[in-house]
Design a binder for this molecule. Structure first.
Ligand code: SF4
Length: 483
């Protein structure tokens, strides 16, 4: 598939601010301080990482850091516990391993840092491999990443500004709000991309009560979209929407949702139109087939007959360097691409396995501690860094989550989907989990249940200690929460 490069017809407004956005967000070249040492975020294109890169990352972590590697809810990696004075050497080692933005060798460190910070593009971890996808989004995603990182003016975007490209896959995260989203849908005899601002291409995959839907039974509700374009028009449209955003947003409006408080979506689109030589077509509300996050576990058939992926989740999304090296060996032996894909559920897929390699790969991953069964104790459990790594945390969420998983293994947290958050920022989950434990003090939490409303949902119980939480969760396993 070929995509036309964007043509910048109108001159930049004189008021345009192209100074790089200043942020506390960590990046490859922007290591920030945390309670447990330096924190480095490694953005992965489409969540993809090669076996050689996994080895390089593990070796760099051994030399320069003392903390774990975390998988993030944007399908990226984070390295914790970076030793003081090792920041530059670590960044250099990661750049040499190919983790940086494309072309970083030819730019200044400041430009490379700014380009790295805006590589926030979410794909399905099964892009190009999911049997239910309407289109393979990988080539288009590469073009969109070029758009995001190569245009100097986009250095003014917040490092949190993010874009989703949905190919209609069955394994897809559809609950993370993005500043701009594109979603494939049937369009005449081909496929087009509906698009929207500050939201998701789906209202969600769960019922308001928190129970996981049977994905075979229900499709998500109709979704409004601003328009539809052909796949070859998506890069130019993204470029135009980003320019329109920067034209209209004030410094107090870093995200699209902020701009929408003062400007109608139609006026943002009207501004974007001045940068386009085509007009998006109107689209009626459409239906996105429901996704199934359970496909991130265990062996699943790919679109190409005879090939499979195997999914596994490390407990609480953390890996040590020994496991990283072993995972690299496993990917190297198991698939010809020697590739691992990080998912937005803080798990990984090893793709492109022959049928004969599936069972040995599952067994090897389980020996390494990966959860390949969606009914396992840790499968639906997520927790932020907590007080061991973050000064804002009111409790040690990782340790408390581990305690709950070990003492309540029969509760099948996969069905429960439980999120422990050290404060309101909700770093471990960009979506609202079915149930959230929000720390109020060490070992004490408020319990929320998703109800379709804002925030964490409905407050169910206040200031529970871990023993009380065990009792409430035991009740939950038998019937909906009502305490
Ligand atoms: S959610 Fe709060 S406590 Fe947890 S890592 Fe984020 S900022 Fe820290």
């Amino acid at each position: 598939m070929h995509f036309r490069p964007y043509v910048n017809r109108p001159p930049l407004p004189a008021s345009s601010n192209v100074a790089p956005y200043s942020s506390a967000c960590p990046g490859l070249l922007h290591i920030v301080a945390a309670r447990d040492g330096g924190l480095c975020r490694i953005r992965l294109p489409g969540g993809t990482i090669g076996a050689a890169q996994l080895h390089a990352l593990a070796s760099a972590a051994e030399r320069h850091a003392g903390g774990p590697v975390e998988l993030t809810n944007r399908a990226n990696l984070q390295l914790r516990g970076i030793r003081a004075g090792h920041e530059t050497a670590l960044s250099q080692a990661l750049l040499e391993a190919g983790f940086g933005p494309r072309g970083h060798h030819e730019t200044s460190r400041a430009d490379a840092q700014a380009a790295d910070a805006r590589r926030n593009l979410m794909l399905s971890p099964a892009a190009g491999r999911d049997p239910d996808a309407l289109i393979d989004t990988r080539a288009l995603a590469a073009s969109l990443l070029d758009t995001l990182q190569n245009e100097p003016r986009f250095a003014a975007l917040s490092p949190k500004f993010s874009v989703q490209l949905d190919g209609g896959e069955r394994l897809a995260m559809l609950e993370h709000p993005h500043d701009i989203w594109f979603a494939a849908q049937p369009d005449g005899t081909g496929v087009g991309f509906a698009f929207g601002l500050a939201g998701c291409p789906s209202p969600g995959i769960y019922k308001a009560g928190g129970n996981m839907l049977n994905p075979a039974l229900e499709a998500s509700a109709d979704i409004p979209a601003l328009g539809i374009v052909g796949p070859e028009q998506v890069p130019a449209l993204l470029n135009a929407l980003l320019r329109a955003f920067l034209d209209l947003a004030t410094p107090q409006q870093p995200r699209m949702r902020d701009l929408l408080r003062t400007h109608a979506a139609s006026s943002i689109l009207q501004r974007a139109q001045t940068y386009l030589d085509f007009q998006p077509r109107t689209v009626r509300a459409w239906t996105r087939r429901i996704a199934d996050p359970a496909l991130r576990f265990g062996p699943q058939p790919q679109a190409t007959a005879g090939l499979w992926w195997v999914g596994g989740q490390p407990p609480l999304g953390r890996l040590d360097t020994r496991t990283l090296h072993a995972l690299a060996e496993l990917a190297h032996a198991a698939n010809t691409q020697a590739t691992v894909i990080v998912t937005p559920w803080q798990s990984i897929l090893i793709p492109d396995l022959a049928k004969t390699a599936v069972a040995p790969t599952v067994a090897a991953m389980e020996r390494l501690g990966f959860i390949c069964d969606p009914q396992a104790a840790y499968a639906g459990l997520i927790a932020c860094a907590g007080s061991s790594g973050c000064a804002k945390a009111r409790a040690d969420t990782k340790a408390d989550a581990q305690y709950l998983a070990e003492h309540l293994p029969q509760l099948r947290p996969a069905a429960l989907e439980l999120h422990l958050s050290g404060c309101e920022r909700s770093c471990a989950a960009a979506h609202c989990a079915a149930h959230t434990l929000l720390a109020v003090a060490p070992g004490h939490y408020d319990l929320y249940e998703r109800d379709g409303g804002p925030g964490f949902g409905r407050l169910v119980a206040h200031d529970l200690n871990l023993e009380q939480i065990k009792t409430v969760l035991t009740t939950t396993a038998r019937s909906p929460i009502d305490v």
